[in-house]
Design a protein around this ligand. Structure first.
Ligand code: IMP
Length: 430
């Protein structure tokens, strides 16, 4: 069956770029379906590391067609910069292999200014957004006042629409947030420049995918962020403004569920999150420093987009039960197992204790989630460095046991294990 979906099973940063890169080798299309340049997908190939924010990770594979779906919000400045960076490194980013849906919404400087203003106003209650204008762009989409990539096809209409949008946004920026107005004329001119560059990339993503599926060509839907950042199924309001879950893949690309085959949930072997909100298994102290790393390596736990140190904690299976349910996961990919080397024992959260009761779901109410205490089962650790392991049998018995524990508890098989940032540091578990 031709449509496979990759979703983040936790709070984002699970290593989706890595597995997308691996599965893209067998795909004819890789399509991003949600989020924007708040995402940061790292793909490491030999000595080369690619950090992608908007362009699908499949772009590294020469034969793959890359699509940006209607569910994405696209900052054209970032997109063009990313295209240029890839082109300089010899990667083909021509309109032949990189396409944008007419229906993709655009992020403008006004959205970014509003994101910053709203976060500042929230003070201690700030969501900790990436300040990329994501929330305001989706707000405009829902208010039916957004700008879409389709505007690039008509420069005059685009200039007018951008001008009006900035003038309108300036009212809010000035009157509500006492901020300086943005230069509507300058931004409108800037956007007409992007139109020259991006109009040839426009297409009907849903039609392209439908045709590929009819021809039996495999399509890979690449998720961004993670299940717990989903606007509906995440830890609201500490979420992003889109649907990173499997349902979001369908609405974000314009395809129904009947073609879906695999729904691959990517989960780190421990848990991380960036920004505010409850985090039941959060750690500090020595264990946290070990899980986070020093920041010297690109794969340490510091934001790819913002550079912020990530909050870290033990693996929380209640989150993975939630991800299994919300996404109908067919399998897990467990990433960064190598980081757990050297612990004598590893606590894994298997349930929460909430007001004296043991529960295995995430309460919808955030205050209630804040009151949940993790119930741990302890799994024996291993001391060996496992970064060179390429087969399951190369792993120490306790590392295999850890992975089996995840599969047994969640009832979802683990199909891949990553043991390092490089393309080849993957174990395929049949
Ligand atoms: P926004 O998407 O920039 O509005 O941020 C909303 C929340 O989602 C914040 O807590 C961000 O830290 C988080 N977030 C957004 N994108 C990512 C991501 O790619 N990885 C991890 N967290 C993210």
């Amino acid at each position: 069956m031709p449509l496979n979906i990759i979703v983040g099973a936790q709070w984002g940063d699970e290593g989706k770029g890595h597995i997308t890169d691996l599965l893209a080798a067998e795909a004819s299309i890789v399509a991003r379906y949600s989020g924007g340049d708040n995402a940061g997908h790292t793909v490491a190939i030999s000595d080369e590391t690619y950090k992608l924010h908007l362009i699908p990770s499949g772009i590294i594979h020469p034969g793959v067609l890359c699509l940006v779906g209607n569910g994405v919000v696209l900052n054209p400045a970032v997109f063009v910069r990313e295209m240029n960076g890839l082109a300089e490194r010899g990667i083909d980013v021509s309109a032949r292999r990189l396409k944008i849906s007419y229906k993709t919404h655009l992020i403008t400087p006004a959205h970014i200014a509003l994101d910053k203003a709203r976060e500042l106003e929230r003070g201690n209650e700030a969501i900790g957004t990436t300040l990329r204008g994501i929330g305001p762009a989706y707000t405009d989409k829902a208010r039916r006042t957004g700008l879409r990539a389709g505007h690039f096809a008509d420069k005059e209409a685009l200039a007018d629409a951008v001008y009006e949008h900035i003038v309108e946004s300036n009212k809010t920026l000035q009157n509500l947030y006492q901020m300086e107005p943005l230069d509507a004329e300058k931004i409108a001119a800037e956007f007409t420049g992007y139109a020259d560059r991006l109009a040839p990339h426009l297409c009907n993503v849903d039609l392209v995918i439908e045709k590929a599926i009819e021809e039996g060509k495999p399509v890979l839907a690449e998720g961004a962020q993670g299940t717990l950042l989903d606007i509906d199924h995440g830890t609201y309001p500490f979420v992003t403004s889109s649907a990173p879950t499997a349902g979001g893949a369908l609405t974000g690309l314009g395809i129904g569920p009947k073609h879906v085959d695999r729904i691959v949930g990517v989960a780190k072997a421990f848990t991380t999150r960036v920004g505010g909100g409850p985090f039941p298994t959060e750690l500090d102290g020595d264990a946290a420093s070990r899980l986070r790393g020093t920041g010297e390596n690109p794969w340490d736990e510091y934001g790819t987009t913002t550079g912020r140190p990530r909050r870290v904690g033990w693996l929380d299976l209640v989150i993975l039960y939630h991800a299994r349910r919300v996404n109908s996961l067919t399998e897990f990919v467990v990433t960064k197992l190598d980081i757990l080397s050297g612990f004598d024992e590893i606590p894994v959260c298997v349930a929460y204790e909430f007001d004296g009761e043991r529960i295995k779901h995430i309460p919808a109410d955030l205050d209630q989630l804040g009151r949940c205490r993790p119930v741990y089962e302890t799994v024996p650790g291993w001391q060996e460095d496992i970064m060179q392991a390429r087969r399951l049998s190369d792993l120490p018995a306790n590392a295999r046991r850890y992975v089996d524990f995840i599969a047994e508890k969640t009832g979802v098989p683990v199909s891949y294990i990553s043991v390092g940032p490089a393309r080849e540091q993957f174990i395929v578990q049949g």
